[in-house]
Design a protein around this ligand. Structure first.
Ligand code: GAP
Length: 517
């Protein structure tokens, strides 16, 4: 995350060019309407920070995880997979430092009692020579965003003055937990004064067994990484790998976020896909460079525009307590540039801590060099839900497509990479007669049995059926028509180019498969 102080400055305010809110509203409406994402327990009013994936969403998310697993685990010979329990011995979290250090700064409004993450609330003060023009608390991810939001929410009179007198103004933007001595933060909701920042531990606590006392406290894991470290010796001893090698895991993580925000971006329950890559300390810098690039390229290969992705190296002051270096792969979400995945050099911190706390030998003996050491760890750690959201934001497109009469009509289309698309092929009979439904159903069944996710639809005008599949992001629609019955050929319509080609029905499977890589 970009440090606020680095971005806070005296540059001039520029209005936002895109209507991010409108885009996110359209995307979340489509996600609900078409069954990608629902609010958790919606019939009871929902629960903040928790989300459910519907029939299309679960396929999309599964395809992202499968693509990661295939590319990271199956296609490499230096990677092992594990699936560890969510609740672990609580001593794991003492050793890892989470019990003491996994905190976010928290502030309360003294007036309306609202709570905020202090590093996400900014005090914005704009002055000209003798007057304060603007003095407001703003909830934002970065100082730059706070500047824009503060200006946008100001009265039209103030906005005009901000624009007209830009060169005579000084802006000061401070994070609520980094305010100068004697300056008070302001509540973004009611303008009341904020308390001083204090630490809030984000791990969810629970009790194991029938007793609810301090001896039975356990935590829902806040990251999947520690399960990997705790199993490092098991994985090593039960397989034939040698350092350098990695252990990969996909699974749920839980954080009691103070302010879940931006749709699914910051949730309280989410999934991670993490790699802990163990290497000799002298090779850690090389592997760090390797994984930064490999992970960036992975997102590009699955359709994120490279110019919307940024690799941002952390400043020393931003580094977590365990990291020697860290880079964020950031994506330009409609609501701002935000972290998609982190790649960190965790050194030998975790294995050393677990060796100390467990009393078990976690050193590695290289039988070729006869050297014994604790490996360094490079950790690419991504969020499945954030990746899903990024792929959805990238895919969302409004364009025009001709209707049955050739007249251009606006359409909304989710341009997912075919590998990620929830449904790969839709099969339609043009009309419900003359043997077309039977042929189409047979073809659909063959494609399904061959392992493709398909959708059979015979209801309504074919143009409307195409539109529904465009919204679902289905890359290919196969239509069975009168000619099919004569010569066993079908049309295949490409979602993005809208081009239709006619091919033999028995070639459809190969045609689609070739385009799923
Ligand atoms: N093991 C290192 C680790 O957990 P992190 O930067 O805290 O590092 C890694 O998390 C990734 O997990 C993030 O880049 C993000 O994609 C995802 N993530 C973290 N907190 C999240 C949240 N509250 N909601 C959704 N995804 C989250």
């Amino acid at each position: 995350m970009e440090s606020a102080t680095r971005r806070a400055g005296l540059d001039q305010w520029k209005p936002m060019t895109t209507n991010a809110n409108e885009l996110m509203e359209k995307l979340s409406a489509l996600a609900k309407r078409r069954g990608f994402i629902f609010q958790s327990s919606e019939i009871y009013g929902g629960i903040n920070g928790f989300w459910d994936y519907g029939p299309l969403g679960v396929e999309l998310k599964r395809n992202i995880k499968d693509a990661w697993w295939q590319d990271i685990v199956h296609k490499r010979d230096d990677m092992l997979g594990v699936d560890c329990s969510i609740i672990m011995n609580p001593r794991v979290w003492e050793a890892s430092g989470h019990v003491v250090n996994f905190n976010d700064p928290l502030v309360d409004c003294k007036q309306c009692r609202a709570r905020f993450r202090a590093d996400k609330v900014f005090l914005v003060v704009v002055k000209n020579s003798d007057n304060i023009l603007l003095h407001a608390g703003v909830e934002a991810d970065t100082a730059e965003q706070a500047r824009q939001l503060a200006a946008e929410s100001a009265s039209s009179k103030i906005r005009r003055r901000l624009e007209d007198r830009a060169d005579q103004l000084t802006w000061r933007i401070d994070r609520a937990d980094q305010l100068p001595q004697g300056v008070e933060g302001l509540c973004p909701l009611c303008g009341g004064v904020l308390t001083d920042a204090r630490k809030f531990n984000m791990m969810f606590k629970t009790f194991v067994g029938a007793m609810e006392d301090s001896s039975s406290v356990a935590y829902l894991r806040p990251e999947t990484a520690q399960g990997i470290f705790a199993n490092y010796k098991n994985a090593l001893d039960s397989s034939r790998v040698r350092v350098p090698f990695g252990i990969a895991q996909i699974g749920k993580a839980f954080r009691n976020e103070i302010n879940p925000r931006n749709y699914t971006f910051r949730s309280r329950e989410f999934e991670q896909m993490e790699i802990e890559f163990f290497c000799h300390p002298s090779q850690a810098d090389e592997w760090y460079e390797y994984w930064r690039k490999a992970r960036f390229d992975w997102y590009v290969g699955l359709g994120l525009t490279s110019s919307k992705l940024h690799l941002r190296e952390h400043e020393k002051s931003e580094l977590a307590h365990y990291a020697r270096a860290c880079a964020d792969i950031e994506y330009e979400f409609p609501f701002g540039v935000n972290e998609l995945e982190g790649v960190a050099n965790r050194t030998d911190f975790d294995l050393t801590q677990h060796q100390k706390h467990s009393g078990k030998d976690l050193t590695y003996f290289d039988d070729q060099t006869k050297e014994r050491y604790i490996p360094y760890v490079i950790e690419p750690s991504g969020g499945v839900d954030r990746a899903t959201l990024a792929f959805m934001c990238e895919a969302y497109t409004e364009d025009q497509a001709p209707d049955e009469h050739g007249k251009p009509q606006p359409r909304t289309v989710m341009k997912f990479h075919p590998r990620l698309a929830p449904v790969k092929v839709a099969v339609f009979p043009l009309v419900k007669k003359d043997g077309m439904p039977e042929f189409a159903e047979r073809l659909n069944r063959e494609l399904t049995l061959a392992g493709l996710a398909t959708f059979y639809d015979e209801k309504g005008a074919v143009g409307r059926r195409y539109r529904r599949q465009d919204e679902a992001g289905t890359p290919f629609c196969v239509t069975v028509d009168g000619q099919t019955i004569q010569d066993q050929t079908v049309t295949v319509r490409d979602r993005d180019s809208l081009q239709q080609i006619r091919i033999s029905a028995d070639k459809v499977l190969d045609y689609v498969r070739q385009r799923l890589v």
